[in-house]
Ligand binder design. Structure first.
Ligand code: UD1
Ligand code: CA
Length: 480
């Protein structure tokens, strides 16, 4: 049910300088989802009456994501005045002027915080009737965070930013998580009074705390544990550690839902992946994007699947697949490369050193060894010989190859597209198929073999090969 007294403000206008990236910080991904998408998803769960997202840096790219993940959000463009305080000040102007409920401020770069923690903070804020509630935690390495400065009575007095802190303040391990619940009215009044008088020349939202305290309003610190829930992403090291944390949670979740993960340390599973009962994941495997894996399938070792669908009981080892569909009980790998548009039917096989693309390989059909099958249709229960290449590209256009059902093609064939091989047809080893093969025909086009007796001894005298040939002849062995 919509919480009509709740407004959420998401801060997403910062530059993310410490990331040193052409991609905006908030659009870097963890578990296959952008940093800001994690925050937007949490905001969506809270079902607030108003959501405002403040943007500036790379605003168009962010707005694109916000419109998909949280379509109801009001977008506010932060002006030239820098700082989280200015961002919230402008967000407040976008709320109805008479809004007098609670304002929950979320930092766009704190992705692991869950809705339950926020609901609990909101509840304690409402019950205690304070002007502001800050989420805090204790960190061994508090570098970069705002520190909580407490007064003689143990209450929160103010927040000092890392850049402005004295040595004593830097020694404080209690940090500001950057997540707050404010009563709207005192927040508006306090924001109007903050200045840019600090080492970064920014309007700090954190200065609101001291202003409220100066007005004798109470501020509550709500400690969050474990601390990683409120860790911010400012650089790539923090991104990697948050991603590892999230991955470990995702894997544990699947393990508790009946999935075997042999080695969580070398397994990566994105947020949106779906796994069924008794799936087994072997070491060194990444299951990414919107991949789905059905019951009893065995994936890995050393496999990467992106946006791929794997049927029940399939076995996929040492494989790289993107936008592919692998049917039930099919077998893929080792060392197979399935590019977009690969469909492998039930009980089919794509074997060692095989590359496929836009290829529909029917139920029970096999491409076992060393082949390239692109822009092709293969019927059911056909066998494609080892070392077969579909020549789908004439240098200008791509053409399709159609192979029927129960076909047996020889080793080392080339199918020069466009070409059709009919049901039940065969081809000899080394055939270059340039013309259609009718159903049931045997296609051969290799010139008959001619043996030129004595060629090596006559033309390469004295070589090891010639000597071996001479020994063989004197042993009376047949050379025909
Ligand atoms: C902020 C807090 C700090 C806290 C930390 C927690 C301030 C002044 N400091 O510091 O006390 O410990 O978060 O992670 O608030 N943003 C805007 N507009 C701006 C600047 C930033 O929208 O002008 C957004 C950023 O996109 C980001 C969030 O606000 O999502 C926090 O900004 P960031 O620069 O990362 O603040 P910190 O230095 O981490
Ligand atoms: Ca930050």
């Amino acid at each position: 049910m919509t919480d009509s007294n709740l407004a959420i403000v998401i801060l997403a206008a910062g530059k993310g300088t410490r990331m040193k990236s052409a991609t905006p910080k908030l659009l870097h991904k963890l578990a296959g989802v952008t940093v800001v998408s994690h925050v937007l998803a949490t905001a969506r769960e809270l079902d607030a009456a108003h959501v405002v997202t403040v943007v500036r840096h790379e605003r168009d790219r962010l707005v694109e994501v916000i419109e998909v993940d949280l379509p109801g959000s009001i977008i506010v463009d932060q002006d030239d005045v820098p700082g989280t305080g200015r961002a919230v000040e402008q967000a407040m102007d976008a709320l109805p002027a008479d809004f007098a409920g609670e304002v929950l401020v979320l930092n766009g770069d704190v992705p692991l915080l869950d809705a339950e923690t926020l609901v609990a903070a909101l509840r304690s804020h409402r019950e205690s009737g304070v002007a502001a509630t800050l989420l805090t935690t204790h960190l061994d390495d508090a570098h970069g965070y705002g520190r909580i400065v407490r007064g003689g009575d143990g209450g929160v007095d103010r927040i000092v930013e890392h850049a402005d802190a004295s040595d004593t303040e830097l020694a404080v391990r209690e940090i500001n998580a950057g997540i707050y619940v404010f009563a709207a009215e005192p927040l508006r009044l306090a924001l109007a009074r903050i200045t840019q008088g600090n080492s970064q020349g920014e309007k700090y939202l954190t200065d609101v705390v001291a202003i409220l305290r100066g007005d004798n309003l109470s501020v509550l610190a709500s400690p969050v544990s474990p601390a990683w829930k409120v860790e911010g992403i400012n650089d790539r090291a923090q991104l990697a550690s948050a991603a590892a944390r999230l991955n470990a949670m995702i894997i544990r979740g699947w393990q508790l839902h009946g999935v075997t993960v042999i080695d969580p340390a070398t397994t990566w599973i994105d947020m949106q992946v779906q796994l069924a009962l008794d799936v087994e994941i072997k070491p060194g495997t990444q299951i990414l994007g919107a991949t789905t894996i059905d019951e009893r399938a065995i994936i890995g070792p050393d496999t990467t699947l992106l946006d791929t669908e794997v049927g029940a009981g399939a076995i996929v080892k040492r494989t790289d697949a993107t936008l592919a569909v692998i049917g039930p009980d099919a077998e893929v790998g080792p060392f197979s490369y399935l590019r977009p548009g690969t469909y492998l039917g039930a009980d089919g096989k794509i074997g060692a050193f095989v590359e496929t693309k836009n290829a529909n390989i029917g139920a029970g059909s096999k491409v076992p060894h060393l082949s390239y099958i692109g822009d092709a249709e293969v019927g059911e229960k056909s066998n494609i010989g080892a070392g077969t290449i579909v020549a789908n590209y004439d240098g200008v256009n791509k053409h399709r190859t159609t192979v029927g059902s129960h076909v047996r093609t020889g080793s080392h064939n080339v199918f020069v597209a466009p070409v059709t091989i009919g049901d039940g047809a065969y081809s000899g080893a080394g055939t270059v198929i340039r013309k259609d093969v009718p159903a049931g025909a045997l296609a051969v086009n290799v010139a008959p073999q001619r043996n030129m007796d004595g060629w090596v001894v006559a033309n390469r005298p004295g070589t090891a090969a010639a000597n071996a040939a001479e020994r063989s002849a004197s042993d009376g062995a047949s050379t025909t």
